[in-house]
Design a protein around this ligand. Structure first.
Ligand code: NAG
Ligand code: NAG
Length: 225
């Protein structure tokens, strides 16, 4: 009898602490940006945009849904920061309908060809997969989801244009590398994927480089195990 109140207190304490320390999210995969003035195309600065063709669900482990957490995950699936920190091309922005309006990409990552330090230099030369990250974290739609514009690029001589069908190919190559069990720097991830239609229109209307897509967005849920 005497121990019961103490026991109850100890059981409740971790819950109370987590309410204080973690930001409340809304417990959804993501909010459709178009529902609140946003778009599933980013803004390439020329009136056109790249499709946001991969979403990392807001129901993923919170440790994945930050810039540094995502960068570690990206390294586990074959991407890394740009060659020696050298950035090629201007930033693109996106409006995720979360109340933040247009926000520049948080980070741009490139396929690292198995070397997270120098491999992206190779990508800059020979082309490869490439992504821009936007985080849906504004006050009006705080899902925490990560929206990625993924595309496969030509080599440097082609001025980093997208290969034919490069949006769909980039999305599918990233998803194929991500789904299943991966790890980097001591963190192991379990990723599941599902294809969504109806977010992006199939075709090339409004799409940068006039490259048509199949209109599919792949939703990935990433759990740290
Ligand atoms: C994005 O970054 C560029 C270059 O730093 C800047 O000129 C532009 O205003 C930024 N756009 C947004 C929407 O913040
Ligand atoms: C999504 O659709 C594309 C195109 O049909 C396919 O290649 C890919 O494997 C699908 N991804 C998943 C996770 O089902």
């Amino acid at each position: 009898m005497v121990f019961l109140p103490l026991f109850a207190f100890v059981a409740v304490l971790p819950c109370a602490l987590s309410l204080v320390t973690s930001r409340p999210r809304q417990g959804v995969d993501f909010f459709n940006p178009t529902g609140n003035g946003g778009s599933m195309l980013d803004d390439a600065g020329n009136g056109l945009g790249e499709p946001l063709n991969v979403i990392i669900s807001g129901l993923s482990s919170p440790g994945v849904l930050t810039e540094s957490g995502f960068e570690n995950y990206a390294k586990a699936i074959g991407f890394s920061t740009e060659c020696l920190g050298i950035h090629i091309g201007g930033p693109q922005s996106a409006n995720l309908g979360d109340g933040n309006g247009f926000v520049n990409q948080t980070v741009e990552l490139r396929q690292d060809y198995g070397d997270s330090v120098l491999g992206t230099c190779l990508e800059s030369l020979i082309g490869g997969n490439h992504l821009r990250l936007y985080i849906q974290n504004g006050p009006e739609a705080d899902s925490g989801a990560l929206f990625l514009a993924v595309s496969k690029e030509e080599d440097a001589s082609d001025n980093h244009d997208i290969v034919p069908d490069g949006y769909d190919i980039g999305r599918d190559e990233l998803s194929a590398a991500a789904i299943g069990t991966t790890s980097f720097d001591g963190v192991t991830y379990s990723t599941t994927g599902t294809n969504l239609t109806g977010l992006l229109a199939p075709g090339s209307a409004g799409v940068n480089h006039d490259i048509a897509t199949d209109g599919i967005t792949t939703l990935l849920t990433v759990i740290i195990v």
